[in-house]
Ligand binder design. Sequence first.
Ligand SMILES: [Zn+2]
Ligand SMILES: [Zn+2]
Length: 259
Amino acid sequence: MKLENALKNFHPKSPIFSDSASCTSPDCLTGMDIMAAMGMTESQAKFGMTAFLAKNDVSEEDKFSTVEALTQYAKKITPKLVAKAAGKKLGYCLIVLAKMAFEDYARSAGSIFSCSACNGKGLIYSHKDVIKHPGITKLDGTVVIEPWIENEKVEELCISCNGKGQIAHRCRCKGRGKVLDEAQTKLQGAPVYKDCLRCAGKGFNRVPSSVVYNAIKHLVPDLTQSSWSRNWKPFYEKLVSKGYIEEFEAEKLFLKKIS
Ligand SMILES: [Zn+2]
Ligand SMILES: [Zn+2]
């Protein structure tokens, strides 16, 4: 059993496993077995297990701890040129990088994020002139009743999230990472699939590097695009990979405990 399947027995809000009563075979795993294995994994591969749980939206606390662990890791491996360029702002920069690296890593679970355009409200508030009454004007142009217009606070549906307040980062290939190869399908007369070009077969959209660059540039105004690409970006990519590496370690350990 993989960690991901273990999680399917797991109710995110309350840590209770549903014990399936239909399973009578002696080597059938019970919810208690799975919970024990997850507990042992967590005690021995805390970083990876927390990252995995955070990615799957189990708790806010896990997200906080994962970002914290990534920040600590970032401190250990900060390249000299990055530290020099950031100067006094280094601490902030590392937190921003760790937060964004976590988001990038977490997208692979198809997780849902609060929309930043509307702060998760789904609505955007603004002041607009609202026509209460168009007024009455005679055909010759004389005004009988002036139009009644008032400047009011209005709510509009957020375009970024279409009013949902949340954004999923699953790719348009529905997270499969594969799309139908129409030319080959026609040729061979049977459905042929190829890697989705939009997400390079990953199934989800990554945080664009330009977004991370702009966030850091906000803190370090002197940062140039070339210095970003040469020194900062590879460092950031290491933080993203760290999430996957630790999760992989936890997964391996979990498999050992469960079998
Ligand atoms: Zn929104
Ligand atoms: Zn795709």
